[in-house]
Ligand binder design. Structure first.
Ligand code: ADP
Length: 459
């Protein structure tokens, strides 16, 4: 895994790309300039050859051929000190510069057929470029002219260009790298600030947020997304803290009661009332057990690895069973329990969990009903949904409580005297969520409440 930062990687990558591009350009520029130099030189050599041809023809007409000084005095603009040699059709030198002696000679026969032939060679440690051209005074008198010029000036120009490129390319590369560094630093500045701000966030200051960057770009979106995520984490964290506080509170109350009942029993060991204290303590132990069971169930239901055992469930049969089970509890409170089932309905779900959810709702309905009241459990179909409702004529739920009763440990003020932990409805809501269903409540204080669970039908 690479340990380089993104910034360094971007700078290295762009410098490498610039390096390749600049070097490629330098090679192309060098080659283009070199061929431009040579083409210009060749054009001048050709011009000089044309002049010599015309001069030879003129000297022939005037019968003064070969007038060497006239031939040498011909000048082409920009052609410095050309070396000239003239040979006849068998290769004998008519006249020529001594420097050209070492250059292999060509006769007219060898050059005829081409208007111009070019060659390069070193003479006395200098490179020369030369042109060979056939010169025809008439059908019998045919010659070959050789014109050579030193490449010193061209080589000097090219050497200067080479030097400029060798210095220029690294300098341009350095400028490009510095520019990229500056751009990347500015672009990454908000990110660096975000990293620093993120490092400051800990469980002690979860409320801290990243200041959004001034620009409305990807970094801005990242900061906004991060802040939203922190919002969720903070609320989950707060919820968790609240949960622990609520759970300790709920557990502490029965423990205090158990403690005082047991202390009383200890003091009055032989008295009959100590028996009642032990019974009261046992009741609280039961309550504690129920709370810890509910907490465990809720934790399991909220765990991401929670898997329902989904199968076809006859929901009408589940309701019948629930009502049967709760009948003794209802009888104890002289609450009548009715079951209204429209038809046999099958859904896909986890039977045990669904049963536990419905039992919770019926238990609440009985618990919060007035003595002699009635509870109706009904099953109906609404489009592609199956609706289970539990209706009671009890104390009802106030507007403010209705918004919170599904939260863990929430209990309305009026229900404080009734036994309970405030976990039942949170468990029911989670079970319904896991079945992709919905739970709702309608209630009128003093008149009663109806809890309705709608679940996708199994069809
Ligand atoms: P518990 O019943 O153990 O307190 P629940 O989570 O089942 O906990 O219910 C939360 C609160 O919702 C109850 O304390 C009570 O105030 C209110 N509640 C639930 N069901 C009913 C009902 N049928 N009638 C009136 N209030 C209800």
């Amino acid at each position: 895994m690479s340990t380089l930062s993104i910034k360094t990687k971007i700078i290295l990558a762009t410098t490498l790309v610039f390096g390749i591009v600049f070097s490629g350009f330098s090679v192309v520029i060098y080659q283009r300039v070199k061929s431009a130099y040579v083409e210009r030189l060749d054009a001048r050599l050709e011009g000089q050859a044309e002049k010599i041809r015309e001069e030879v023809e003129e000297q022939y007409l005037e019968k003064r051929f070969p007038n060497e000084s006239d031939l040498r005095s011909l000048k082409t603009e920009g052609l410095p000190d050309p070396l000239i040699r003239l040979t006849d059709s068998v290769g004998s030198v008519i006249f020529g510069d001594s420097l050209l002696q070492s250059w292999p000679m060509k006769s007219w026969k060898e050059v005829e057929g081409h208007e111009f032939t070019f060659e390069e060679r070193a003479i006395a440690q200098h490179r020369y470029r030369c042109l060979w051209a056939p010169v025809e005074a008439n059908d019998r008198d045919q010659y070959a002219v050789q014109i050579a010029v030193s490449l010193r000036e061209v080589e000097a120009g090219l050497a200067l260009l080479q030097l400029l490129l060798i210095i220029g390319v690294p300098v341009a590369l350095l400028i490009a790298a510095v520019a990229v560094y500056a751009i990347v630093t500015v672009a990454f500045q908000p990110l660096s600030a975000m990293v620093a701000a993120t490092e400051r966030i800990s469980p002690l200051n979860l409320g801290e947020r990243l200041g959004p960057p001034k620009t409305h770009d990807e970094v801005f979106k990242l900061a906004a997304t991060f802040n939203t995520m922190m919002e969720r984490i903070e609320s989950a964290f707060k919820g968790q803290k609240q949960f622990v506080a609520d759970a300790s509170h709920e557990i502490r109350t029965p423990l205090t009661i158990i403690q005082s009942e047991l202390e009383y029993a200890q003091k009055h060991f032989s008295e009959l009332s100590s028996q009642e204290s032990v019974e009261a303590a046992l009741e609280e132990v039961d309550r504690l057990k129920k709370i810890s069971d509910d907490l465990l169930l809720l934790a399991k239901l909220e765990s991401p690895s929670m898997n329902l055992s989904i199968q076809s469930v006859r929901i009408d049969e589940v309701l019948t069973d629930c009502v049967k089970r709760m009948k003794p509890v209802a009888d104890k409170r002289t609450v009548s329990l009715r079951l209204e089932i429209c038809e046999a309905l099958e859904i896909k779900g986890d039977e045990d969990k669904l049963r536990s959810g419905v039992l919770n709702l019926i238990d609440n309905a009985i618990k919060y009903s007035k003595e002699g009241g009635g509870v109706t459990v009904a099953l109906s179909r609404s489009g592609k949904k199956v609706v289970v409702s539990v209706c009671d004529g009890g104390e009802g739920i106030g507007e403010a409580d209705r918004l919170n009763i599904f939260e863990r440990f929430h209990r309305s003020e009026s229900s404080r005297l009734t036994h309970g932990s405030g976990l039942g409805l949170a468990i029911v809501r989670r079970i319904v969520e896991l079945h992709k269903g919905e739970i709702s409540v309608e209630s009128q204080p003093g008149k009663g409440s109806t809890f309705a669970i709608s679940l996708p039908s199994g069809e």
